[in-house]
Design a protein around this ligand. Structure first.
Ligand code: FAD
Length: 391
């Protein structure tokens, strides 16, 4: 949606195909980071964003085993010293509404891309099923696969990302939120399990972390065991945990961390999770996908105006975005191995609960907290909105 908006502002004909009728799915996370908030300023969308219900948080409160860790964002560089928690469907509607003001932009909802069209080795568009169920074709000088970690276009092209594995999956469910409850986002990594509590206004979205592949076995222990686990980690949820009546209300989210070696072929570019699926650690995935889109818009608008995008221009998009992606995925792998795997591994309940040395060091140093805050909320090599897309 971000790439579509920016290219449309450059006067380029863009069609975004979305297989669902709306964006109302709650599995995608909520964090819009300082880097993305600054992009919204540059796009002239700050006022509209302010009207969307959201929470600003300037401190990420974590508890890693015995060590509290507050990541203070108030000293990070730039105009936004916080991250925003905004349901992703509202954020996407905001971008879609802005894009639809451009005469060259078209959003086709309930439209499922089925696969690439090819002319020899070059991708020349897509076949798709439209909202009436009819299969059609659309030709394009460039096709961008931004269809997420289960990318249809990626598999149809036979592209297989390298998987880095992940020690956990996530149970995703809601609990009611009362007015006096703590605002913002809090994470607790205890002995044996972990959970993140996301404030969504009138309810909490809970990400309860379980060992990878243990869903069936843990469900068999019954919902009361989950109630107990939540209360051990977040005792003040005890008065409402029974609102979670059965596992029908608990979705399993399969955590993946992977990256394609090559994010493009002739006529096709892959960005976001389609090129590099992100772990929920740090809540960076949305922001990275947006940054890919901004880089792609800046580098491809000129060749798109010329009607043909040379493959080397697609390579430059990957060259721009590979390092920040690899650095962040590297950091996620370290957190997976040193913090999460330790927290959720069987037997961790029997071990002395001590946080890793790095966590204890950050806890003691305000400078390290600011550095960590900048790494999470801004990230390496942030993108700026191309001049043609600014308002
Ligand atoms: C449990 C969990 C929690 C997370 N929490 C956060 C968080 O708090 N903050 C954060 O920044 N990141 C978070 N992430 C990561 C984040 O969700 C992703 O990195 C991000 O959504 C990637 O964006 P994307 O646009 O590449 O793909 P997606 O958000 O997956 O979007 C892909 C879109 O393509 C559409 N689509 C798919 N196939 C087709 C098709 N064939 N035809 C047409 N349309 C299609 C889908 O309907 C979807 O709208 C989390 C991930 C997990 C697993």
């Amino acid at each position: 949606m971000m790439l579509g908006l920016m290219l449309a502002r450059a006067g380029i004909d863009v069609t975004v195909m979305e297989k669902h009728a709306d964006f109302l799915r709650d599995f995608r996370g909520d964090t819009v980071h300082a880097s993305t908030l600054r992009l919204l300023d540059e796009l002239g969308l700050a006022e509209k964003f302010a009207q969307v219900p959201h929470r600003l948080i300037d401190t990420l409160r974590l508890q890693v085993q015995d060590t509290p860790l507050d990541i203070d964002l108030r000293r990070i560089p730039g105009p936004h010293k916080h991250i925003a928690l905004v349901p992703q469907w509202d954020f996407l509607e905001l971008l879609a509404t802005a894009a639809q003001k451009e005469p060259t932009f078209r959003l086709m909802r309930s439209t499922e891309v089925l696969g690439p069209l090819r002319d020899g080795s070059r991708v020349t568009g897509v076949s798709y099923r439209d909202s009436s169920g009819t299969v059609r074709e659309m030709r394009a000088s460039l096709t961008v696969a931004c269809d997420g970690r289960g990318s249809t276009l990626r598999s149809a092209m036979g592209l297989v990302p390298k998987s880095f594995g992940a020690p956990m999956d996530v149970w995703w469910f809601r609990l009611p939120r009362d007015d006096g409850d703590p605002p913002g986002l809090a994470g607790v990594l205890g002995a044996g399990h972990a959970c993140i509590v996301i404030d969504r206004g009138d309810y909490f979205q809970i990400a309860y972390i379980i060992p990878k592949g243990s869903d069936a076995q843990l469900r068999a222990q019954g919902i009361e065991r989950l109630h107990q686990g939540v209360v051990e980690l977040v005792p003040w949820l005890a008065d409402r945990v029974s609102e979670l009546k059965s596992f029908d209300d608990v979705k399993l989210l399969d955590v993946q961390l992977n990256r394609l070696r090559r994010w493009y072929t002739d006529g096709l570019l892959l960005i976001g999770d389609a090129a590099h699926a992100m772990s929920p650690v740090g809540g960076v995935g949305i922001n990275l996908a947006v940054a890919d889109a901004v880089a792609a818009a800046g580098m491809l608008a000129a060749p798109l105006r010329g009607g043909r995008v040379p493959t080397r221009d697609l390579a430059t998009v990957q060259a721009r975005r590979w390092l920040p992606t690899a650095l962040i995925q590297g950091a996620q792998r370290v957190v997976h191995a040193r913090v999460i795997a330790v927290a959720v591994s069987p037997g961790s309940t029997d071990r002395p609960a001590e946080a890793p040395a790095a966590v204890r060091a950050v806890n003691k140093s305000a400078a390290l907290q600011t550095l960590l805050g900048s790494a999470v909320a801004i990230g390496p090599f942030p993108q700026h909105t191309p001049v043609f897309a600014r308002r």
